[in-house]
Design a protein around this ligand. Structure first.
Ligand code: ADP
Ligand code: MG
Length: 232
């Protein structure tokens, strides 16, 4: 029953937000369509042509970012619950984000205690961590820095900490985390933390945030620990 309630809650969030996400994606697509029509005119000056091309790329990037931040949650596939090894999942997330981090001059370091496991949907869990880690990387953009992912046990629960030494947040910004469309980024979607929070909550987890402007941010995620079922 608890699972069902959680699914209903997720579906409710998904349907409330789907409508506006569809709208958000339609905007850039409409813009791109318009500019491509303009581009097909012969008399268009070269600088304008280049400018329109850039706008198209920006708009397509935006549509792609909305899909990236949101995809797993909205995917109509049924949730598959399985035992997730935290060290494996952290390694996966670090690998996926390495090239993005390199681009921003950021290093990723991971420290994981062994034998930590939680119950969850693998791709959703990955997305929740990726969205948070991505924010950490983006917070250090042009500053360079280190994104530190640590996993351990805390009071019988699995503790996952994602820490950056980036630009940090003030109290007001922290309080808006997890709500849709809050973004301070020029190309932000404001969907990443909303998706992460929804997923962690559906796994009966808790997220807390410590942050200081100019210093950095740490997200601490606590999840119920499960005893691993060992085969063989
Ligand atoms: P987006 O990344 O598209 O802006 P998110 O929901 O992922 O949307 O994040 C919302 C906002 O929260 C960001 O725009 C940023 O202002 C703030 N934020 C989240 N994580 C961090 C972080 N690690 N450091 C600094 N600011 C952050
Ligand atoms: Mg984000």
């Amino acid at each position: 029953l608890r699972r069902e309630l959680m699914d209903n809650e997720r579906m409710r969030v998904v349907s409330v937000i789907s409508a506006s996400v569809a709208h958000e994606i339609r905007n850039p697509l409409t813009a791109v369509r318009g500019f491509i029509q303009l581009l097909s005119r012969n008399e268009l000056a070269e600088d304008k042509r280049r400018n329109y091309g850039m706008i198209c790329l920006d708009e397509l990037d935006r549509a792609q970012q909305i899909i990236n931040d949101y995809l797993t949650l909205a995917k109509p596939q049924p949730e598959v619950l399985e035992e997730l090894d935290i060290a494996d999942e952290v390694a996966y997330v670090a690998k996926v984000l390495t090239s993005y981090a390199n681009l921003e001059g950021v290093e990723i370091s991971t420290t994981c205690a062994p034998e930590l496991a939680v119950m969850g949907d693998r791709s959703k869990f990955r997305q929740s961590i990726i969205n948070i880690a991505k924010n950490g990387i983006e917070a250090m953009e042009s500053l360079g820095g280190n994104l530190e992912i640590t996993a351990g046990k805390q009071q019988g629960q699995v503790m996952l900490r994602i820490r950056d030494n980036g630009n940090g947040m003030n109290k007001e910004q922290i309080s808006r985390l997890g709500t849709p469309y809050f973004s301070t980024k020029e190309k932000g979607t404001g969907l990443g933390t909303m998706v992460s929070y929804t997923i962690i909550q559906s796994m009966m987890g808790k997220i807390s945030v410590n942050s200081e402007p100019g210093k950095g941010t740490e997200y601490v995620i606590l999840l119920p620990h499960i005893n691993r079922v060992r085969s063989g």
